[in-house]
Design a protein. Structure first.
Length: 226
């Protein structure tokens, strides 16, 4: 009897131990699932930045005004998110370089050509737009120890916008040169026999055209003198 009680007690302890172990495993499994679930739904800083920057570069005034309205209404803390995104997206070792890269991210040259800082040359004014407060704030965060960040940023903005029209011309010129270069490159890739065949084909077309004209001339001469 005593032996059986000892045996039952041992079995009870074993069952209790197993239950405790199962509970631990179950809790661990639940925590892992929760963690995995959160990781799937919480966006990374990189993907969040990409979402914020998806409307850029701005191509027309309507797109610019849409961003301005979001900045004014502080839609979902839009300003702070945009500042953070610009900080991570911009590169450069100087205030001028960072500002220039930021402007290239935000504005197309076509839109920029319509604006100047204070509306010079009958263009639209820049300095009243909220987007530039964001730019100044973002650059300031990149260079926290610099004293005259705001002045340098504004000078860089003025210079970049003043050159926007020239940049459009430069881009168009480069596209034209690239197009011409591709034609020349294709000719260089042709083998001597291919080039010769191409020339022979062209010469043949010229001769055929010339022969056709001569035949018509001879026929006309024969018809009138015959």
């Amino acid at each position: 009897m005593a032996h059986q009680l000892c045996k039952l007690s041992a079995e009870n302890k074993k069952i209790t131990s197993n239950i405790f172990y199962i509970k631990q495993e179950l809790n661990s499994f639940i925590e892992n699932k929760k963690s995995s679930h959160c990781d799937e739904h919480v966006p990374t800083s990189s993907s969040a930045n990409e979402n914020i920057l998806s409307p850029f570069p701005l191509k027309n005034e309507d797109e610019l005004m849409l961003i301005e309205s979001k900045l004014v209404s502080e839609e979902l803390s839009f300003t702070s998110k945009l500042v953070t995104s610009f900080v991570f997206a911009s590169e450069g070792k100087s205030i001028q370089k960072v500002t220039t890269n930021m402007l290239k991210t935000i504005f197309s040259y076509e839109l920029a050509s319509q604006y100047s800082w204070k509306g010079q040359k009958n263009k639209k004014k820049l300095h009243t737009l909220n987007i530039f407060k964001v730019i100044i704030d973002a650059v300031s965060k990149k260079f926290p120890k610099e004293i005259s960040v705001k002045c340098t940023v504004i000078q860089s903005i003025q210079t970049w916008f003043a050159r926007a029209s020239y940049q459009i011309e430069a881009v168009l010129k480069k596209k034209k040169e690239d197009s011409t270069g591709n034609i020349t490159a294709n000719q260089h890739k042709m083998s001597p026999s291919q080039l010769q065949n191409s020339d022979d084909s062209q010469n043949s077309k010229t001769l055929q055209s010339s022969g056709h004209i001569n035949a018509l001339t001879n026929f006309d001469y024969f018809f009138h003198t015959g």
